[in-house]
Design a protein around this ligand. Structure first.
Ligand code: NAP
Length: 315
């Protein structure tokens, strides 16, 4: 442990002092260095905590033992074609990740059922829109695509707020407190009973582009979308067409294939879209440092690691 280096690329140079502050308390023997530190000895780098690492960089550390994702997804790491083989990649999942995502999706779902975007527009236009009374959560069917670490927490919170919740998984499993639909074969049946669709799938070859024309056509007319998974899931032209034709009513979109979303992107200006800048569940450095310390502790003890990316499954 003494002399082992944790290399960090998350939050830029401005965030390094805060990372170092947390790790000094949690793991005093660990050397914590920034990604662009010219004095790092490559042979001492055992751990890398990264968001969008430069392609080829991780392969330069011959004694790298763990790659820790600064986010729940690992797509930003897998994009590196020279990723060192056989180094486990650990996803960042904390209690704060679950809570923040549950807050964000519940806020979005309640805003949709209470017509909040239309109320904001009415206020801006000087109208007294007393007909915009919305509907009840308990009359609203929400389908959560992906009942993983985040989907399960989100489904539970939506249920606690009165929504009627169903979920979708890859593998058939016993009910997770909500009715579960599994696999391609049960997707259409789920979509047919959906007022609000929440996407919390991982980015894999099987899920890429799933939020497209085919899927939108299978939702009841007037359904809404909360897209908090990954940008690669969404066919943006299909979404714009579905909104313009009235098939979809509202969309909250937090993740994009290009981030930041270009200023002139049509989604930014669309009256039926709320664009948020990938903030649905941005976790504090303190919580992430605690999680990294727990993972490194398990690694040093030779205990099983939590939230390891499984290449065979793709997530
Ligand atoms: P996870 O724990 O890996 O769970 C993935 C879930 O998706 C599982 O239930 C899995 O099914 C299901 N799934 C995977 N492939 C599928 C397929 N082909 N068909 C049907 N279901 C499939 O993921 P997570 O940690 O909950 O993260 C979910 C998503 O949230 C990721 O895309 C992540 O990048 C994103 N995220 C976004 C933000 C943000 O701020 N916007 C923050 C954090 C995370 P099984 O149960 O059968 O395995």
């Amino acid at each position: 442990m003494q002399g082992d280096t944790l290399l960090i690329k998350s939050g830029g140079a401005a965030a390094l002092p805060e990372w170092q502050h947390h790790f000094a308390r949690l793991m005093p023997g660990l050397r914590v260095c920034g990604w662009d530190d010219p004095f790092v000895d490559a042979r001492n780098v055992r751990y890398a905590l990264v968001w969008q690492p430069d392609p080829g960089r991780l392969a330069r550390y011959p004694r790298l033992r763990l790659i820790l994702s600064a986010a729940a997804g690992v797509d930003h790491i897998l994009a590196d074609p020279k990723l060192p083989p056989n180094v486990p990649i650990v996803r960042m999942v904390t209690e704060e990740t679950r809570e923040r995502m549950s807050d964000f999706v519940t806020l979005s779902a309640l805003a949709i059922v209470r017509d909040m975007p239309a109320l904001v527009a009415a206020q801006r236009d000087g109208q007294w829109a007393c007909d915009l009374t919305g509907r009840l959560a308990r009359d609203t069917r929400v389908s959560v695509l992906g009942l993983g670490e985040l989907g399960r927490a989100v489904a539970a919170r939506l249920r606690a707020n009165g929504f009627r919740v169903n979920g979708w998984t890859r593998t058939a499993k016993p009910a997770e407190n909500v009715p579960v639909f599994s696999g391609e074969g049960q997707l259409d049946a789920l979509l047919a009973q959906t007022d609000i669709l929440v996407n919390l799938l991982p980015d894999t070859p099987a899920t890429r582009g799933i939020l497209g024309r085919r899927l939108f056509a299978r939702l009841p007319a007037g359904a809404s979308l909360i897209q908090v998974g990954r940008g690669a899931h969404l066919d943006r032209h299909a979404l714009l067409d579905a909104l313009d034709s009235g098939r979809l009513r509202w969309a909250v979109v937090d993740v994009f294939d290009i981030e930041p979303l270009p200023p002139d992107d049509a989604l930014r200006r669309h009256p039926k879209v709320l664009v948020t800048p990938h903030i649905a569940s941005t976790v504090s450095y303190a919580a992430r440092a605690r999680q990294v310390a727990d993972v490194l502790g398990a690694h040093l003890r030779g205990a099983p690691l939590p939230f390891v990316y499984d290449a065979a499954r793709g997530y």
